[in-house]
Design a protein. Structure first.
Length: 77
């Protein structure tokens, strides 16, 4: 953004662009973690009731961990 755009943004919102970025990134990671907990809990219940195999349960956990690591790399670097 140009200096004029930065000053206009800050004057109208009362926040800097960096502050808004931190809030948005925090919201993205909060939603991701909430979804991950839901997905792993659902997979665990399925595994405990023997509707999912151990391998399928681990696949859910590994997919979530991989997604979290990839998003962390892309959004925080």
């Amino acid at each position: 953004m140009s200096p004029a755009q930065i000053s206009a943004f800050q004057a109208n919102s009362g926040l800097t662009a960096a502050d808004v970025s931190v809030v948005l990134l925090g919201a993205v990671f909060a939603v991701l973690l909430a979804w991950g907990v839901w997905a792993m809990r659902t997979a665990y219940v399925g595994w405990a009731e023997e509707q999912l195999s151990h391998r399928q349960f681990l696949a859910v956990v590994v997919r979530f961990a991989a997604m979290y690591l990839v998003l962390t790399f892309f959004l925080l670097s």
